[in-house]
Design a protein around this ligand. Structure first.
Ligand code: URA
Length: 447
């Protein structure tokens, strides 16, 4: 890294405080200073809040993304044949798509290098889910990451220290200074990590609704558009789907429960809503990877990879390669033996009109399936198995969900929270697609 002329952090804070716009050199000075530790947290925090309150223009956002991306290693996978494609989801409750689509897409000949995060708050994380497979390791050297991608076409790991280190520092500060929900910061944070992976194209699943990070559809649209346009500005083919996260996805919430449901999906027995979104995202990735010339063809290829068993075989290969015990995924019921369980019953008869995804996510966290603080340790087997979905008819006393965990210690609190997630009435809220829109090439499909 070449030495930059040193900038006084106070001047940068002043400029943002007074509504000014920073030059690329000034942004680079800020990012370098945060990464090296030369800018202390209190000044970085003041800068974040001033930017949050007074906004950042497009050029500043591109500059911030560029500097955060280059704060660490940027992988070059160009010696591995094929267009490398990843997917990023803004996170949800029961969102297990990465685990299902990575082997589907890889088995269709598109290399999938995936660097994922852990769950925080009411949403789960892909790393925690994968690590609930006994023995599965999400840590490896960059050399092994490249080798595995070249040899089997798919690799799923956690963020390493040298990928976008500026984001690690800034995200931790944003988290404690109420400056997370700001689109330029979110876009720079997500893309700096994804662009560092060495991908050629990115498919985004931007969620809205009670279980999503962005609850309002309008804000989620803005985020999808910003992320997609920004990805394209960095020369990567980027497409976004806007999906509904008001209700949990599928029936399983929690790490091992979601792996077990993903296994069903890979055997062609997955819940309709999970499969709808997974197959649509897979089709986008197959097209972006240049293996299909239309989304219809990509969809047929994704479906065929499941029905032929190729997606399952690729998943077994991935699990074995990363040290996971094959017996656990070949017979997932064995891993659930001996765990504590408690049924949740319907309080009245009627039709389930709504299941609030955020409450279900919080109940799963209270069981130990997620973290309240970064340092918390998750119980890999803890979670919730829903027996109903919106539109189901129930009689008072019917089982509508089951709590599962390694021990029953936390069942009381989780049960009282979970029972508030279900609305039972006479109205049905069913039959609508989870996929609300698609954004690519500067346009929405259904504006
Ligand atoms: N996810 C990220 O990686 N960064 C954000 O800022 C928000 C969500």
């Amino acid at each position: 890294m070449t030495a930059r002329p040193s900038l006084n952090p106070i001047d940068l804070i002043l400029k943002k405080r007074d509504g000014g716009n920073l030059t690329r050199t000034e942004i680079a000075g800020f990012v370098d200073g945060v990464t090296s530790g030369d800018i202390p947290d209190y000044q970085a925090a003041a800068f974040l809040m001033a930017s949050y309150l007074n906004g950042m223009n497009g050029e500043e956002m591109v500059g911030l993304t560029h500097c955060m991306l280059h704060s660490g290693s940027v992988l070059d996978l160009s010696d591995i044949p094929g267009r490398k494609v990843d997917k990023h989801s803004t996170g949800g409750v029961g969102d297990k798509m990465s685990i299902i689509l990575a082997p589907i897409v890889a088995s269709c000949g598109v290399p999938v290098p995936m660097i994922s995060g852990r769950g925080l708050g009411h949403t789960g994380g892909t790393l925690d889910k994968l690590e609930s497979i006994p023995g599965f390791s999400t840590q490896m050297s960059i050399a092994s990451y490249r080798q595995q991608l070249a040899e089997i076409g798919v690799v799923m790991i956690g963020q390493t220290d040298d990928i976008a280190p500026a984001d690690k520092k800034l995200y931790a500060l944003r988290d404690v200074t109420a400056t997370v929900e700001f689109i330029p910061f979110i876009a720079a944070s997500i893309l700096s990590k994804k662009l560092a992976e060495g991908i050629d194209a990115l498919v985004l699943d931007v969620k809205f609704g009670s279980g999503a990070f962005m609850q309002s559809e309008t804000q989620a649209r803005k985020l999808a558009q910003t992320l997609t346009d920004l990805g394209e500005q960095f020369g990567k083919r980027t497409v976004a789907l806007l999906t509904d996260m008001n209700q949990p996805l599928g029936f399983a919430i929690g790490n091992w429960p979601e792996i077990a449901e993903s296994i069903d999906c890979l055997h062609g027995k997955g819940p309709e809503d999970v499969m709808e979104v997974t197959l649509a995202l897979s089709a986008e990735m197959i097209v972006a990877g240049g293996k299909a010339s239309s989304l219809e063809e990509g969809l047929r290829m994704a479906e065929a990879s499941i029905s032929s068993g190729r997606a399952w075989a690729k998943f077994e290969e991935l699990v074995a390669r990363q040290g996971g015990q094959l017996e656990s995924i070949q017979d997932p019921a064995v891993r659930t033996k001996g765990q504590a369980m408690q049924d949740i019953h319907a309080q009245q008869s009627g039709t389930i009109s709504h299941i609030d995804a955020r409450i279900v996510g919080r109940a799963a966290v209270s069981l130990g399936a997620g973290r309240v603080k970064k340092e918390d340790v998750v119980d890999p087997r803890a979670g919730i198995i829903l027996s109903v979905s919106a539109g189901s008819e129930v009689q008072v006393g019917d089982v509508i969900a089951q709590l599962v965990a390694s021990t029953s210690d936390r069942f009381e609190q989780a049960a009282s929270l979970l029972s508030t997630a279900f609305e039972i009435g006479s109205e049905r809220e069913i039959g609508t697609s989870r996929i609300k829109d698609r954004y690519s090439d500067g346009k929405w499909l259904n504006p």
